[in-house]
Design a protein around this ligand. Sequence first.
Ligand SMILES: [Zn+2]
Length: 265
Amino acid sequence: MTTTFSSEPWREHIDRNPRGVIEVSGHSWRDLSLGSRARAALFLATEVGEGGVFTGLALRYAIPDVTEIDRRARELRPLHAWKTASYKTDRTLRPEQHRLEVIGDHLWLPGIRARRPSGISRVQVRRVVERDGYCKVCGAVAGMKDPFPPYGSVVLTAGHKEPAMLAQEGSRLHDDDLQAECAGCNEQAQQYTGTPEDLPRLAQDTRRLNRADRQQLKRWVQAGKRDFTLADTLYARIHRLTAPERAAFLAEMRRIYGAADGWAA
Ligand SMILES: [Zn+2]
């Protein structure tokens, strides 16, 4: 058996539908001067085609110079009338696969302006993240080790408290509708990059909880959100301190609780 080295490994991660692709003259997804969302759109329209199947990995292999190219592709759906299906709605797909159903706006054409993802402005994201300071879903704080794969550092973004609301295009979002979320918990971010959960393992892991913690978990699951202890929220606030503030805080702890309490710098 011979193994051939493919210089275009993305080809192994798509199932092209030749009848679904469109011919685009004068533009290529390989064109580095195009915006990243336009390149993702071109890749899907010309290589995958309507009815074709692709994975996030295909996009990352094809356009490796753009970080999070699969997220740019994800934005085509709410912002530019593209339609895709996932395993959640189409049982013939594997969890990592997506079927391109409808090619929407031709982003590579002049005059089709890229819109902001989810209608949340950059400034608004910054305000909401600054206000909340930690992921309101799981409690992760920015910079700590991500509790979710691929286990990088937690980066906070803003998500809608009611995720379905994000799809309503053109609706102006008020800060009160938004909450800080880590990428692992953000519904939109998960649509393309999410790693499927190992369900038997997840269920088994609950055995490591004592009864009180298991009951608490049950309440959170039933409520659809967790609550945070005072220690959780205090930690999130302390985590955001600058180095001098942190030193002053620790000194204050030693003053209040005494050296024996162990609040060393
Ligand atoms: Zn989170």
